[in-house]
Structure formats: structure tokens, C-alpha cells
Design a protein around this ligand. Structure first.
Ligand code: AMP
Length: 602
């Protein structure tokens, strides 16, 4: 029986383009997708820094065109500056309050997670400490750990990480399972903004078992947008003899227009793309047909289909045995993608019934409810997921990858394999752990390494056991034991390049708190300024009433006029005197004058 966590946990779909948070509603025995402060059910995964404030979500997205260098959106596109940090970790460089600041990806993700936590807390009216967070199925070990770190910085205990297509299948399966007659094979096709995932699951009563998963963490809607951007950059070059490819602002504005055009092409056959004063005052106006859009993206669409075929062959489920093909992710709305998929499954109808933008958070919320103590009427459901990549060690002499856990093995899992030392007089054996599908170890992703001490002076061939263990979150621990001496060593794989140390996380939590306080201070100030502005307006209005000056003494009217002048100065954007205490003090004084005026003038 899995451990139950205290309190009410939420499900968060932390997407590359949009994020969504949901919670189990016990009164209605269903999941509630939570609206954000703008009333939207999804929140853009955008973070921006302006001269005087930090913005997250809709507010950050809305100012992107004006401030592209200091807006972080999809981590793959990067008009913002990226530099190498400690251990070559990529750091994002942004300007905040006139100073250059560096952030790692986990910090940016943590800001989006903080926003989602706040959205949930506002709805539940209680603190949210625990969450199930979804990741693309093809995320590697280090990316999963980075997600847990991002949660920690945001003050969220990530109680489970689940794969996006699995979460979507939970949403689909729960909705439909009363109609299922026995075992059902489901193919989930999840093409989002930045990632592509496919999974094959078998739903049998309460058991949701993933059979195979495949994908590409760098393939999605933004790639299609980029192709269109490049197409129009070339067109602009031909027409106007200028290259805009080095201008972040122009590119960002063109990309926004292209993304809109792409969406339109999902239901129209042709559309226009217009951007006023795109570059050096030159307006851009052009059109693109659906056929052209398909042509410039065809290789990417075909890549999706190759991944579909490889997942099916890994799962050992016949194409004809797939009962439902379920579409998830905004980019699966593209008609050509749907046509190719339907052709692949020999004309089978595609299930479009689940909400593409919300299904993943829905599934995560169900899993969160199952894992927490705070809910009633939770559905029965057992989830069995698989590893996305093969895991193994470098076999000594040949330098090949010797696989201990093949990809698509059910997790949690623990496997031990016996090896032997390759040389005489080995003092210690290096154990290098890799993930990937290539034969030569060095062609795969090195996750980490450690040394195991051996019996001094022993001949080669000394036996040693290497044990791989993967927990429910897909996180790996590798241990090794030399049999003759009983010497042991183990690591929970930490990819130094991508993983943060406890010290770094602590530092970032403190910084997150500072940003939060600054955000609050900024909002408070904005509130007082707006209060001051409307108070001045109301007093001025009151003073326009007939005979009002006859009801005031000379001193009183002088005092009011002086107070208005001071307020106008404080409200002047060029005036630096904007200490919040001064503003609040003056607002108080003006408010009481306004009250007096109201009493006097009735
Ligand atoms: P997701 O990450 O699942 O929210 O997917 C977002 C991606 O879906 C973005 O790249 C959107 O541009 C894309 N998208 C949303 N709606 C459509 C549509 N109607 N046609 C094509 N792409 C779309």
C-alpha cells in the first residue's frame, strides 16, 4: 500500500507552453480544473522581468513582444540570453531592476509552479503543500529530479511524478471505463507545444498498465511555428532586402503572428499574417495556405509517425489490437497530423473527446487524490508505468553499454546483475551508469559514476553485483557490491551538470522568498497609487459642485488644493519620491479630506 500524504494534494500539468492545476472534488466525485486570477483554466508558462517587477503567467505573456529579452517562455527558443554556469549548467541571463541576474531552468520552472500553487490556494482557501506533477514521458532521470527540485524551490513537495500521456489516459479511462468490456488497449498521442510523447496502455478494471512509451522532448508546436517564422523571414528578405533573423523583438512578434496563423490553418485552408512595422518601420503582410504549412513541416510530422511505429513495436501490441487512439496536446489539432495518424491505424476513428488542454492535469489530480489522506470518494485505480530509456553500465573492456534495465520495463523495479573485474590487481572498479539505446556506452547519456574498492592483489574475474533500483517517480539508485570483500558503494544518480545541490536549492528558496516579497511590495504600491489617483479624481469632482467653495474656509480650500498638488507630484511617473510610507500617508490624508468634503457638501 502506497504511503498516504497529509492534506489535500493537487495535480499540476507543468507544460512547456501552458500549465494547468486541478483538484479532486469529493462532493461531485470528479476533478475540478481551477481557474487562475484572470479566469483562465490554463496559465501560460511564462516568466518576465521588467524594470520594476516580476510577472508570471498571463501578465508575463501579454508583455512578451515589448520585452522579449527578459521574458522566459519555452526553454527551447531562447531569445533571452543563455550562458554556461558552474559545471556548464545552462543559465538564463535576464535584466531585473537594471541589474543582470542569472537563473537556472529549475528556478524559472519553480516560479511557474509557485503561480500554480497560489492559483490552487486561492481556490481551496488553504495552503497547498503536496502535488503530483506531470512530465513528458521521455524526460530523463536528471530532468525528473530537476522537476522535484523546482517543486522544492516553490515550496511544493512533489509526491509523485507521472508521465503526461499516462495522466491523460487516466482522464480518458475514468471517463470511459464504465463502457469498457474487459481489457482495453489505448494508444495516447500527445503532441504539445515543445514535446511529443506516445504511450500504449492497457486498462483492465482498476489497473492502468503502461506497455510502452516513446517520444521526443524537443518536438512540438513551437517547431512548427519556427518553420513558419523561417519561411516568412526568407520572404521578408527577398521583398525588402533585409535580414531580420538577428532581431529578437521582430522575431518574437512574427512568431506570435505565425502561431495564430497555425491555429487558424487547423480549420481554414488559407490565412494571412500581418505585422505592423515589423522591422525599421516596414509593415509585413503575407498569406500562407494549409498545404504550404504542411509542406514545410512534413519531415517533422513524419518523425512523429516513426515514433508512433517504434512505440507500437516495443509494446508488442498489434496495431489491430489497439481499441482507442486518444489525442492529447494542442498540436494534435493539426489536420495533417490527424490524417497521418488515422492512416497509420487503417482509418480508425480518433478519440477527441477529452479536453486536450486539461486532460493531463485531470489525471494528475486523480493520482494526487489517491496518494493523499484529505479526500473522500476517490476512484480505485492502480497505475503501473514504465521506464522510457534503457539503463545500464559501461562494460569494462569493450566500452559497450551493458543494459541492466531495458526500456519499457514496469516501475518500480529492482534488478541485480553479476559482473567480474577485468584486470589483475584492481584496487577499485569504476561503475559508470548510462541511459540510452546506443551500443557504445559513450554515445549514451552518462548519468553518473562511482568507484567500488576491490580486494588488493586479487586476480581478474572477481565477482561483483550491480543493482539498479527505480522508484515510483522513475528515479534511479545504483549500488555495487564486491562479493569477496563485501565492499559496497551506491549512488542515487545525480547528474552534476543538471542537478542542484541541497545548498543551491536552499539558496534558491531564500531568493524565491525575496522575489515574492518584492512582488507583494510592488502590488501594494500599485494599489496605493491607484487609490491615490482615484481619490484625487473624486476630490476634484467634489470641488466642481456648485457653491462648494462657499462651504469651505479659505484655509480649508488652500489645504485641499495643496494636498492635490502634492498628490499629483507623487503620481508623476518622473518623480522618484515614491516611498510606500509617503504614498500611504498622503492617501490617508486625502481620504479624510474627501470624507469631510462629502459631509459638508451633502
Ligand atoms: P499544449 O502544450 O498541449 O498546451 O499545446 C500547446 C501547443 O498547441 C502550442 O504550440 C499551440 O500553438 C498548439 N495549438 C493549440 N491549438 C492549436 C490548433 N488549433 N492548431 C494547431 N496547433 C495548436
Amino acid at each position: 500500500m502506497a504511503r498516504k500524504y497529509e492534506g489535500r494534494a493537487v495535480g499540476i500539468d507543468l507544460g512547456t507552453t501552458y500549465s494547468c492545476v486541478a483538484v479532486w472534488q469529493e462532493q461531485h466525485s470528479r476533478v475540478e480544473i481551477i481557474h487562475n486570477d484572470q479566469g483562465n483554466r490554463t496559465t501560460p508558462s511564462f516568466v518576465a522581468f521588467s524594470d520594476d517587477q516580476r510577472l508570471i503567467g498571463d501578465a508575463a505573456k501579454n508583455q512578451t513582444s515589448a520585452n522579449p529579452e527578459n521574458t522566459v517562455f519555452d526553454i527551447m527558443l531562447w531569445p533571452f540570453k543563455v550562458v554556461a554556469g558552474v559545471n556548464d549548467k545552462p543559465m538564463i541571463t535576464l535584466k531585473y531592476k537594471d541589474q543582470e541576474k542569472q537563473f537556472c531552468a529549475e528556478e524559472i520552472s519553480s516560479m511557474v509552479l509557485t503561480k500554480m500553487r497560489e492559483v490552487a490556494e486561492a481556490y481551496l482557501q488553504s495552503p497547498v503543500k503536496n502535488a503530483v506533477v506531470t512530465v513528458p514521458a521521455y524526460f530523463n532521470d536528471a530532468q525528473r529530479k530537476a522537476t522535484i527540485d523546482a517543486g522544492a524551490i516553490a515550496g511544493i513537495n512533489v509526491i509523485r511524478i507521472i508521465n503526461e500521456p499516462t495522466a491523460a489516459a487516466i482522464a480518458y479511462g475514468l471517463d470511459k471505463r464504465s463502457d469498457f468490456d474487459g481489457k482495453r488497449n489505448i494508444f495516447v498521442f500527445d503532441l504539445g507545444g515543445g514535446t511529443f510523447d506516445v504511450s500504449i496502455l492497457t486498462i483492465n478494471g482498476d489497473v492502468f498498465e503502461v506497455k510502452a512509451t516513446a517520444g521526443n522532448t524537443h518536438l512540438g508546436g513551437e517547431d512548427f511555428d519556427n518553420r513558419m517564422v523561417n519561411y516568412f523571414v526568407e520572404e521578408f528578405k527577398k521583398k525588402n532586402k533585409v535580414d531580420i533573423s538577428g532581431n529578437a523583438r521582430a522575431l518574437r512578434r512574427l512568431r506570435t503572428a505565425c502561431e495564430k496563423a497555425k491555429r487558424i490553418l487547423s480549420f481554414a485552408f488559407v490565412t494571412t499574417v500581418d505585422v505592423d512595422s515589423l522591422f525599421n518601420g516596414i509593415d509585413f503582410s503575407s498569406s500562407i495556405s494549409r498545404a504550404k504549412f504542411e509542406e514545410i513541416n512534413m519531415d517533422l510530422f513524419n518523425e512523429c509517425m516513426e515514433i508512433v511505429a517504434s512505440c507500437l513495436s516495443d509494446s508488442k501490441v498489434y496495431k489491430s489490437d489497439i481499441d482507442d487512439v486518444v489525442l492529447v496536446g494542442g498540436s494534435s489539432r493539426i489536420p495533417k497530423v490527424q490524417d497521418l495518424l488515422q492512416d497509420f491505424f487503417k482509418g480508425k476513428d480518433l478519440c477527441k473527446s477529452i479536453n486536450l488542454d486539461e486532460a493531463v492535469a485531470y489525471g494528475a489530480a486523480v493520482q494526487a487524490a489517491i496518494l493523499s489522506e484529505g479526500f473522500k470518494n476517490v476512484p480505485n485505480l492502480v497505475l503501473r508505468d514504465v521506464t522510457a530509456l534503457s539503463l545500464g553500465i559501461e562494460a569494462n573492456v569493450e566500452c559497450i553499454l551493458d543494459v541492466v534495465i531495458p526500456r519499457n520495463t514496469s516501475v518500480p523495479v529492482k534488478k541485480t546483475k553479476r559482473y567480474s573485474t577485468a584486470k589483475d590487481n584492481h584496487c577499485s572498479v569504476p561503475i559508470k551508469v548510462y541511459e540510452g539505446e546506443r551500443a557504445r556506452a559513450a554515445d549514451n547519456n552518462l548519468l553518473g559514476s562511482f568507484f567500488l574498492s576491490c580486494l588488493p592483489g586479487a586476480p581478474r574475474g572477481q565477482p561483483l553485483d550491480v543493482c539498479f533500483s527505480i522508484d515510483e517517480n522513475g528515479i534511479l539508485t545504483v549500488s555495487a557490491k564486491e562479493i569477496s570483500t563485501g565492499n559496497m558503494n551506491e549512488i542515487t544518480i545525480t547528474n552534476d551538470k543538471e542537478r542542484l545541490s541541497t545548498f543551491e536549492i536552499k539558496k534558491m528558496i531564500e531568493e524565491a522568498e525575496t522575489y515574492h516579497l518584492e512582488d507583494q511590495k510592488f502590488l501594494r504600491k500599485a494599489e496605493v497609487i491607484s487609490g491615490l489617483d482615484s481619490c484625487v479624481y473624486n476630490i476634484k469632482n467634489a470641488l466642481q459642485k456648485k457653491d462648494v467653495y462657499s462651504m469651505l474656509t479659505y484655509q480649508e480650500s488652500e489645504k485641499i488644493n495643496n494636498a492635490i498638488t502634492v498628490a499629483m507630484n507623487l503620481l508623476d511617473k518622473n518623480n522618484q519620491q515614491k516611498e510606500i510610507d509617503v504614498l500611504e500617508g498622503h492617501l490617508k490624508q486625502l481620504n479624510s479630506m474627501l470624507e469631510n468634503l462629502k459631509v459638508k457638501t451633502g
